[in-house]
Design a protein around this ligand. Structure first.
Ligand SMILES: [Zn+2]
Length: 423
């Protein structure tokens, strides 16, 4: 019995080393937290500022790294069905494909390290839209679902970017459900990309001449698609997705039940266009062992990150979130899976944040286990630390935490616990 247990622990330790040890040199470096600005536009697509100006602005706002996500393509067309190629109207706006993907990737990679900030080229894609009303409708035309977007990180081969399927389905046959998105996700993952749903809780209504551009919020697509790596949180007020038992917990439960091949991570997105929002309104904190674009993408792939969203003042900060097996002392952190033998200790620590100089306010920590509130604690001090003892349950147990401070909220990615006594 004991030998079996030890063997199991040794195997788990070896696999943990394998994950950590993918780069032997980096293994020796102390992990560090980087503030990453995700979902950033430049004048390549929808902002008026160049990549260099954008990197400078976000670097001044505290970003250690900027993940540029200019729109891959912004093109819509109307052809007279059933002969769409005979009479056709095409509207094309600035985008990565129009700018040239090779030039886009190269220019952003050349910026890497400027102003002390890392710069990563990535794209935002709109895989599908359809005509709900033709341009000849007396109310004007309406295209739908064009603002259902996906972020693709880590694909830097221009040919692979250009080949991502953004026009695989014609726009004349109504809504195609999840199909165009699933095809896009599969292609982006095949190309080595990390794929995150962008702003799933944001609706959109805009007018382009006589054409209305209308998109409803699309949290349902997180449940209808598979194989993507996560989704992005945008603003305060758009957070029901990550409430206990919400869509995020539902898709995590599917992973725990073996119905998804990979977990679904949360990231924060700025949707930066150079105006309006503060550069640090939404920060994705990523824990890396080297200050490089590759290390950031690797950590994001593994879920080693948490998200801070603020209004005024400082949001709460998470210093550590971990789970320890009481018997073996083995430990797992964000995104990892702990093989537990009996009881586990869940630990979270950090700072509550607040307005500059303020010493009041408390921190509310909500520990969530398998989509349900495990416990809520209100802690009064500027620095907080909380822990819980829990029995290792059967199957895969999912723990995550929400930390609310006086001036913002932070979301951890989950830690998984698997009961080591099970076969
Ligand atoms: Zn978007």
């Amino acid at each position: 019995m004991k030998q079996t247990l030890l063997g199991r622990l040794a195997a788990a330790a070896a696999s943990a080393f394998f994950i950590y040890g993918s780069c032997a040199a980096a293994e020796n470096a102390e992990p560090q937290w980087l503030r990453v600005a995700v979902h950033v536009h430049t004048n390549v697509s929808t902002s008026q500022y160049s990549p260099a100006e954008t990197l400078q602005a976000l670097g001044k706002g505290g970003a250690d790294a900027v993940i540029f996500t200019d729109s891959l393509t912004r093109r819509w067309e109307f052809g007279m069905w059933p002969f769409p190629s005979l009479i056709r109207r095409v509207v094309e706006q600035p985008s990565v494909l129009r700018y040239g993907p090779e030039r886009y990737v190269r220019e952003i990679q050349e910026l890497n390290g400027a102003e002390g900030s890392l710069a990563l080229p990535a794209v935002e894609a709109a895989p599908f839209y359809y005509w709900a009303r033709t341009p000849f409708d007396r109310r004007g035309g309406q295209i739908r679902s064009w603002q259902q977007h996906l972020l693709v990180l880590g694909v830097t081969d221009p040919a692979r970017l250009a080949a991502l399927p953004t026009r695989a389905f014609d726009p004349y046959h109504g809504d195609r459900g999840a199909e165009p998105y699933q095809r896009f996700i599969d292609a982006a993952v095949d190309a080595g990309g990390l794929v995150f749903w962008a702003h799933p809780m944001t609706g959109h209504l805009a007018q382009h001449g006589r054409i209305e551009d209308f998109t409803e919020p699309y949290p349902h697509l997180l449940k209808m698609t598979r194989g993507y790596h996560g989704f992005a949180l945008t603003y305060l007020g758009y957070l029901s997705l990550v409430d206990p038992g919400g869509v995020w917990d539902q898709v995590l439960e599917e992973y725990a039940a073996g119905k998804r091949s990979r977990p679904v991570w949360v990231i924060g997105e700025l949707d930066w266009r150079g105006t309006g929002r503060k550069p640090d309104a939404v920060v994705t904190w990523v824990q890396v062992r080297a200050r490089t674009p590759e290390a950031i993408l690797d950590a994001m792939r593994q879920g080693r990150m948490w998200v801070a969203i603020r209004n005024e003042g400082n949001p709460p900060a998470i210093v550590s979130f971990s789970i320890t097996d009481v018997l073996s002392s083995r430990q797992a952190t964000l995104g990892q899976t702990l093989e537990a033998t009996a009881a586990v200790r869940v630990t979270i620590s950090g700072a509550r944040g607040g307005k500059e100089g303020s010493t009041t306010g408390s921190t509310r920590i909500t520990l969530i286990r398998n989509g349900k509130v495990f416990e809520i604690r209100d802690l009064p001090d500027a620095s907080f630390s909380a822990d819980w003892i829990d029995q290792a349950l059967g199957g895969l147990t999912i723990y995550r935490a929400i930390v609310e401070g006086p001036n913002g909220v932070a979301y951890t990615n989950p830690i998984f616990v698997v009961n080591g006594r099970l076969p």
